[in-house]
Design a binder for this molecule. Structure first.
Ligand code: FAD
Length: 482
């Protein structure tokens, strides 16, 4: 016999960084909340994405640094990587964080229901557990935060062994000898550079003409150089057509601008993007619009076509980022709580944990030009930063993009040590409508990597101290142009 319906102010479907953040804020606002999760609280980000990948990337980096520590006077003998132990540590990291989320939910009275949610009516959802048990929840508002899943392409069915997705690749207890990565986007490049450090021979096939499509061209070019240095083979403007298993491995047929290439590998990682999980939750049944790709259209308050039902995170579409999902979760929760809130983000940062690390915010130079801005830029190499030199991490640069005339800061791109942490200063600057001078005139502590952000801003006006550049008047005199 089915249980009597549970009654809640809000039901949140999906326990990722969108859903759990919304549930916690709703709890803070005094709402009664059920958070429905069919797998693990924490979603993709905490369990199979951001956190486990960064834990392993940290281990790989440390391993590489220790192997090269002789140069700075540290002798490390018999350095070896034990991926089984590394995985155990990673699992511990994930467990600590997901347990923390569950405890926060509990502390705020958020009831976590384990099961798959399906809308029965506009105000009722059924939750089916894997053991066959069912629960019905009646609600005033709902938030759909069901995330996204990896895209498959013809000829590359994910089987978890020969063709894998990122979730599989982050669980390996042994590094493969040879990997072919289909898709040179964020996930493919992070995992490729991670396993390269563990000794894997990495080949990347990217259909477009640059790595990290959509990212600043200087950054993409620098990443190509970094790949070459690390002996990662990259085929741009190329297409993986299919594969077959032979005695010596998986033979992948790749169409490149120079003709067909046969790449032999042990495993294929498919990382060609993710598609939103808007279908299969019963939304169409109750009249909520879901587009052909499975994304749920929302307005600035994150309301779907039924205004009491909200959608947030990957399921509403790009950018597919954890912090974007969380921000949307906060806005949806505040709106449900009666606050005059809208999603009005000027600057959405993005970080890529390759080697070197990359972080961007606002417009790239190409973006700004496409949008009709007349731009000028400033660039500062980490090789000229005292802090970077003293830690031996000098690859990369900071680039600022500003509008001619107004000096408005339009975008910042960073490639180098701690790029993901450095980008927050630029994010705040763009969010507050700062000019490039605001960054340049702000005193930064020495010796820090953040000085490079200031110097890049100074370089935009030819005023950086630690790199050769000229003030505009001298440039005019020397070259007849500003
Ligand atoms: P998700 O985290 O996908 O959570 C959705 C949850 O909903 C899942 O737990 C799922 O089980 C549950 N669910 C789905 N349908 C139902 C249903 N019917 N009933 C109940 N539960 C359901 N982003 C970053 O910002 N930084 C990074 O460094 C980063 N690294 C990444 C690395 C990898 C390998 C991957 C795959 C992704 C990475 N991302 C990163 C992206 C980030 O993980 C996502 O943008 C983020 O998880 C989206 O959050 P979400 O809440 O929208 O959905």
């Amino acid at each position: 016999m089915a249980n009597a319906p549970m009654k809640k102010d809000v039901v949140v479907i999906g326990g990722g960084p969108g859903g759990y953040v919304a549930a916690i804020r709703l709890g803070q606002l005094g709402k009664s909340v059920a958070l429905v999760e069919k797998e693990q609280v924490g979603g993709v980000c905490l369990n199979w994405g951001c956190i486990p990948s960064k834990a392993l990337i940290h281990i790989a980096k440390l391993y590489e640094e220790m192997k090269n520590a002789e140069e700075i006077g540290i002798t490390c003998k018999n350095i070896a990587i034990d991926l089984k132990k590394a995985q155990a540590w990673k699992i511990g990291v994930v467990k600590k964080l997901t347990t923390g989320v569950s405890q926060l939910c509990k502390g705020l009275g958020v009831e976590i229901l384990k099961g798959t949610a399906d809308f029965e009516t506009p105000n009722r959802v059924s939750v089916k557990g894997s053991n066959g048990g069912a629960q019905t929840v009646e609600f005033t508002n709902a938030i759909v935060a069901t995330g996204s899943r990896p895209i498959e392409i013809p000829g590359f069915k994910i089987d978890g062994k020969q063709v894998v997705d990122s979730k599989d690749a982050l669980d390996w207890t042994e590094a493969p000898n040879r990997i072919l990565i289909v898709g040179g986007g964020v996930i493919g490049m992070e995992i490729g550079m991670l396993y390269q450090k563990f000794g894997t021979k990495v080949t990347v096939v990217e259909m477009l003409d640059q790595l990290l499509p959509g990212t600043d061209a200087d950054i993409a070019q620098f990443l190509m150089i970094a790949c070459r240095k690390r002996e990662i083979t990259v085929h741009l403007s190329s297409k993986a057509l299919g594969w077959e298993k032979k005695k010596d491995g998986l033979h992948v047929n790749v169409e490149t601008p120079k003709g067909k290439v046969n790449v032999v590998c042990d495993v294929i990682l498919l990382s060609v993007g993710r598609s939103p999980n808007g279908k299969g939750v019963g939304l169409e049944r109750i009249g909520v619009r879901v587009d052909a790709k499975g994304a749920i259209p929302v307005n600035q308050k994150l309301q779907t076509s039924l205004p009491h039902i909200f959608a947030i995170g990957d399921v509403v579409g790009p950018p597919l980022l954890a912090h974007k999902a969380s921000k949307e979760g906060l806005v949806a929760a505040e709106v449900i709580g009666g606050k005059p809130e809208v999603y009005d983000v000027q600057a959405m940062p993005a970080a890529v944990f390759t080697d070197p690390e990359i972080a961007t915010v606002g417009m790239s130079e190409e973006d700004a030009k496409r949008k009709g801005y007349s731009t000028f830029t400033g660039k500062f190499p980490f090789a000229a930063s005292g802090r970077a030199v003293s830690t031996g991490a000098t690859e990369g640069f900071v680039k600022v993009v500003a509008e001619k005339g107004t000096n408005l800061l339009l975008g910042v791109q960073i490639m180098g040590p701690s790029a993901a942490d450095l980008i927050s200063e630029a994010t705040l600057a763009i969010e507050m409508g700062a000019s490039v001078e605001d960054l340049a005139l702000t005193v930064h502590p020495h010796p820090t990597l953040s000085e490079s952000v200031m110097e890049a801003a100074e370089a935009a006006h030819g005023k950086a101290i630690h790199t050769v550049n000229r003030t505009p008047s001298q440039v005019t005199r020397a070259h007849g142009t500003v």
